[in-house]
Design a protein around this ligand. Structure first.
Ligand SMILES: [Zn+2]
Length: 487
């Protein structure tokens, strides 16, 4: 009789491809899924009767800013407690590597929005290889795959970021990017909406993206704008993809700002038209509110804004900008200026638009959680169970297999994560067992640091990392270097 490390019996297996669930036994050996059968004649050191529970591939958080967290807080509780087994870091043009802060930046804050990843002391990876080694050494609880941030590259080689890079600066940025790709980076990200990247031309981005195709890497982008001119920004992103012959992933696709509400259909039509001739995907978080650094351009008295952190006024964390402005007898704009540098949650997305985008077949799930915020957006702790509990089970926006596909099989394919994202024989045993009747987020805007309910067990590379009782203390995540022979 076959002897395995683990057998999960009689689970409803949702395999990550979008297929309907099937009641199956799944055996794990040496970190891989060994056998899947209707009734397995085998024994294992650990056997679980999972009747009534759903077994799925571990969730892939396609959009994170966990770059330094995976090293500084390797338990990764906000993520593993949701069933997440892999995080993609380095989004929105900001990454922890390769970064060489300027001497004057080392004793202050890194340039916006690199400060979302933490203080200057956390940027200590001059090469991507050094970062990859640090991740491996920290033994995070979840797997980590990393993009290289365009703004980080700009800061390495430019004296100021409010202008376009010149040819010699671009050559130096290309050398950094090539080092990163050689050391396993999965792609390049841009954050063109941010001041410190906004002056970059499409040509600057194209010259970097030119290195991606031969490496089978991807281009992800927090586009130049998500407000009025969103279609132009989408065309710019798609052009980078088509000219460079690389897949494009649009980050946190949304119609931002009240004046832009109701345009999801138009935006998705533009996406679908482009998808007929090139590979494009997007990610989305399941909330009608965004979060980032406090941007004066986004201060709008019609939008409810909550301050998540402020360097000069730490007491403002968790308070509304309107209340702060009133207490200070200032306009919201003036109060926002006084709080800088700071972070904020903006309730500036329409729920109807968000649902349309979330339900689109090209959309993957990405939390965009900000782990350094003292009062974070609830997406950090709640994104994945919220999609499964609120939007699949309660609202029936999509089926459970479709929801799981958006967080497993689809992202594994789009980011070229080899042999992950499916419950399939031979694949890595990243698995989550949960109760489909009770899974739900519990983190809220007022009480955001709360683990979700309904997660039974989470295995990372075949090792049990989390149960209803909390983290097991065994961290089995790996650094996932890009694989050229992607599945
Ligand atoms: Zn972003």
């Amino acid at each position: 009789m076959l002897a395995c490390d683990l057998i999960v019996r009689r689970a409803h297996v949702v395999d990550g491809t979008g297929r309907d669930p099937e009641q199956l036994d799944v055996a794990v050996s040496n970190g891989r899924i060994a056998t899947i059968a209707t009734s397995l004649n085998a024994s294992a050191r650990t056997e679980i009767d999972a009747e009534g529970l759903t077994l799925a591939p571990g969730f892939i958080d396609t959009h994170t800013h966990d770059d330094t967290s995976v090293i500084e807080a390797p338990e990764m509780l906000p993520k593993i407690s949701q069933g997440v087994t892999t995080v993609i870091v380095g989004n929105c043009g900001i990454s922890a590597a390769p970064v060489r802060l300027k001497p004057e930046q080392q004793n202050s804050t890194p340039p916006d929005p690199m400060n979302l990843l933490g203080g200057a002391e956390l940027f200590r990876y001059p090469t991507f290889r050094a970062y990859a080694e640090a991740v491996s050494a920290s033994k995070p609880a979840v797997n980590v795959a990393a993009l290289v941030g365009h703004t980080a590259l700009r800061n390495n080689h430019m004296d100021r970021l409010d202008r376009e890079a010149n040819p010699s600066e671009i050559a130096s940025m290309r050398a950094d990017l090539q080092e990163a790709l050689d050391a396993g980076a999965i792609g390049l990200s841009t954050g063109l909406a941010y001041y410190n990247a906004n002056a970059a031309s499409s040509n600057e981005v194209l010259q970097l993206a030119a290195l991606l195709a031969s490496a089978q890497a991807v281009y992800t982008t927090h586009m130049r704008t998500e407000t009025e001119a969103i279609l132009d920004a989408m065309h710019e992103a798609f052009e980078v993809g088509s000219k460079s012959r690389v897949p494009v992933i649009v980050s946190h696709l949304k119609c931002a700002g009240i004046d832009n509400w109701g345009r999801a259909e138009e935006v998705l039509h533009t996406l679908d038209t482009a998808r007929t001739y090139q590979t494009i995907a997007c990610d989305c978080y399941p909330y009608a509110a965004g979060s980032s650094t406090l941007d004066l351009k986004q201060v709008d008295p019609r939008v409810e804004i909550t301050i998540t952190w402020s360097t000069p006024h730490p007491e403002a964390s968790g308070q509304s900008l309107a209340q702060i402005a009133e207490a200070w007898s200032l306009t919201q704009f003036e109060a926002a200026r006084k709080l800088q540098p700071a972070g904020a949650i903006y309730h500036s997305i329409s729920e109807i638009d968000m649902r349309r985008i979330l339900a689109h077949p090209a959309t993957m799930i990405g939390s965009d959680g900000l782990p350094h915020d003292p009062h974070p957006h609830p997406r950090l702790w709640g994104t994945f169970p919220r999609v499964l509990g609120r939007y699949a089970r309660e609202e029936k926006l999509f089926s459970l297999p479709q929801a799981i596909h958006k967080m497993t099989g689809l992202p594994a394919q789009r980011f070229h994560l080899k042999e992950r994202g499916q419950v399939r024989e031979g694949f890595h045993a990243d698995l989550v067992l949960f109760n489909p009747e009770t899974i739900l987020d519990t983190a809220t805007f007022t009480d955001p640091i709360r683990p979700s309910q309904g997660i039974h067990s989470v295995w990372v590379n075949g090792t049990l990392g989390y149960t209803v009782a909390g983290a097991t203390g065994t961290r089995a995540g790996r650094f996932l270097a890009r694989s050229i022979t992607a599945s």
